[in-house]
Design a protein around this ligand. Structure first.
Ligand code: THU
Length: 131
């Protein structure tokens, strides 16, 4: 599973986003160290607070199935019904969830509509973290 293929699965997951309030649809594809991929999309709620991001849906699907070792996540976001916006980056809460289960070198893959990729590590996006 290369980075481009993982991003394609994030784009696919994004099609299932439930985002009627923000209108911002996000998909994520989380690569486990065993090679399995866990997809997630954001799921919003009329009460706003229960909303969950695509990344956390992917993590919680995997962890709830007994998987706790991960290599990378690809993220694709943008206005619903449009192509992906450039390089949608994970929110702080999702970064802390990554910190719970991933090493500093965990790779976070962001993309744009032209197939461009920007690759960060968890340590890049959550320096001096609490854990
Ligand atoms: N969102 C994600 O799913 N992941 C991110 O990385 C950023 C934000 C969602 C939350 C909410 O449903 C919508 O995008 C707008 O913030």
């Amino acid at each position: 599973m290369d980075d481009k293929d993982l991003m394609a699965l994030a784009v696919e997951a994004r099609e299932r986003a439930y985002a009627p309030y923000s209108g911002f649809a996000v998909g994520a594809a989380l690569l486990g160290s065993d090679g399995r991929v866990w997809q997630g999309c954001n799921i919003e709620n009329v009460a706003f607070g229960p909303t969950v991001c695509a990344e956390r849906v992917a993590f919680f699907k995997a962890v709830s199935e007994g998987v706790r070792a991960f290599d990378a996540i690809a993220i694709a976001g943008g206005p619903a019904g449009e192509g992906i916006a450039p390089f949608t980056s994970p929110c702080g809460v999702c970064r802390q969830v990554m910190r719970e289960f991933c090493e500093d070198g965990f790779r976070i893959i962001l993309g744009d509509a032209d197939g461009g990729l920007r690759i960060y590590t968890l340590a890049d996006l959550l320096p001096a973290s609490f854990g």
